[in-house]
Write a protein that binds this ligand. Structure first.
Ligand SMILES: Cc1cc2nc3c(=O)[nH]c(=O)nc-3n(C[C@H](O)[C@H](O)[C@H](O)COP(=O)(O)OP(=O)(O)OC[C@H]3O[C@@H](n4cnc5c(N)ncnc54)[C@H](O)[C@@H]3O)c2cc1C
Length: 394
């Protein structure tokens, strides 16, 4: 492509990260005190003002990474999960996963997406990383030596050149990359997210209840619960628009009475659910991380945890041999290292959705048997729990 005459040559960098979501910011922070010059380009103007109330269940291994990034201690409102109760609506069988079984202080921690986002943002602002907001990347291209991006920044078209481009943009630009194939599957489901007050207090227990329409999760959050209710696309809008009392009644009918009555509900938001992933996660002078590499169904809360491990592994690969940054050998190593964890995370969540989101009678009993068997087999249960906490490095 010809260089646009309006494009201003910015300067040369070791690394340009496209997308300052939580995963892109985590990568920038992981590299900030190395000698590598990093530029982070984020399209939004005031990203720290974004209100996103989706709850994120962070695994124990994400806590360890966020601690090393200096973010964990700044996070407000972290609520530990000590037990996960998994059940199957309309069938027998349930299982309990506990922190005690795997010798960790908590199975995970629930935080608000925007609290995590703001803590990362604050830390990044004070880190010396070249962090540009209102910087929308419109084009990227690479040669064997480097990558070049064009971006609109405060109304001016600019460009940046780097030895490695990292796509952390949630998946928008992947189709511009040669040699990378993107797979997409629409689950035809939406997640409705809000806060719920129940008549019984929260005591560190998270509930994952599978129903033919999709899973419903109630996660402990502060004194209340964070709800992630999966519904089919055809009824999503109707449920979002219900008045509070009718909404709580519908939820109670759907979830059952394990938490007593539902007596309060916060502001609702909703997200369409898809499975999207690319393969491979590298191309000439390019690496993909986070949702740009794989966007998963929120069942079992794997997406950000997996994305954070992408960022962490990529940072390690860069720090170990900075001179090799962006070379085919380095990229192939990163691609290879992430393969098993990514595939396992994708297959795990996709299978949960497919096996549990239906009402086929034979499958219903099999699910019940599966949950009961899991409950009686401590070794398998321990292995499943460790997988959820640590990924494939469990
Ligand atoms: C309802 C719900 C519940 C979830 N719960 C959990 C959970 O419990 N645990 C968990 O681990 N995960 C969970 N997830 C998944 C998690 O939210 C995502 O995996 C995570 O937020 C992805 O972060 P990211 O930084 O990769 O991408 P994004 O958050 O999508 O960030 C991408 C960034 O790139 C910017 N951008 C886009 N295009 C450009 C461009 N052209 N130029 C510059 N910047 C650009 C965007 O503005 C954005 O800031 C959940 C998801 C949903 C929908």
């Amino acid at each position: 492509m010809q260089t646009d005459s309006k494009a201003v040559i910015n300067n040369y960098h070791d690394l340009v990260i496209i997308g300052g979501g939580p995963v892109g910011m985590a990568l920038a922070l992981a590299l900030h005190d190395s000698k590598i010059s990093v530029t982070l380009l984020e399209a939004r103007g005031l990203p720290e003002k974004t209100e996103d109330t989706r709850p994120l269940a962070l695994s124990h291994s994400s806590r360890l990474i966020l601690q090393r990034l200096g973010v964990w201690d700044e996070l407000p409102g972290v609520t530990p999960i000590t037990t996960i109760h998994i059940s199957n609506r309309g069938g027998f069988g349930r299982t309990l996963l506990t922190a005690h079984d795997v010798n960790v202080p908590a199975l995970g921690y629930v935080v608000n997406h925007h609290d995590l986002f703001r803590s990362l943002h604050k830390r990044l602002r004070g880190s010396g990383v070249n962090y540009l907001t209102e910087a929308q990347v419109t084009h990227l291209e690479t040669t064997a030596e480097n990558g070049r991006v064009e971006f609109q920044h405060t109304g001016v078209l600019k460009q940046a050149i780097a030895r490695l481009l990292v796509l952390a943009d949630g998946g928008c630009l992947a189709t511009q990359i040669e040699g990378v194939t993107q797979y997409t599957q629409d689950y035809k489901q939406w997640a409705i997210v809000t806060h719920i007050k129940a008549s019984l207090p929260q005591c560190g227990r998270a509930y994952e209840r599978f129903t033919p329409d999709g899973p419903v999760a109630l996660l402990p959050m502060g004194k209340y619960f964070a709800l992630v209710w999966t519904v089919s696309s055809s009824v999503a809008q109707e449920i979002i628009n219900l008045d509070d009392t009718t909404f709580l009644t519908r939820l109670y009918e759907h979830f059952g009475d394990r938490l007593g009555k539902f007596i309060g509900v916060g502001k609702r938001s909703s997200f369409p659910l898809i499975l999207k992933y690319v393969t491979p996660i590298t191309a000439q002078r390019i690496a993909l991380i986070g949702n740009a590499a794989q966007t998963l169904h929120p069942v079992a809360g794997q997406g950000f945890n997996l994305g954070l491990r992408d960022a962490w592994e990529l940072a390690n690969e860069i720090i170990v041999e900075p001179v090799k940054m962006g070379t085919p050998a380095m990229l192939s190593k990163y691609n290879h290292k992430r393969q098993v964890d990514r595939r396992a995370g994708r297959i795990f969540t996709d299978s949960l959705v497919k096996i549990f989101s239906n009402d086929i009678p034979g499958l219903r009993s099999m699910r019940g048997i599966g949950l009961s068997v899991l409950d009686c087999m401590p070794l398998i249960k321990r292995s499943v729990t460790r997988r959820m906490i640590f990924g494939t490095k469990s």
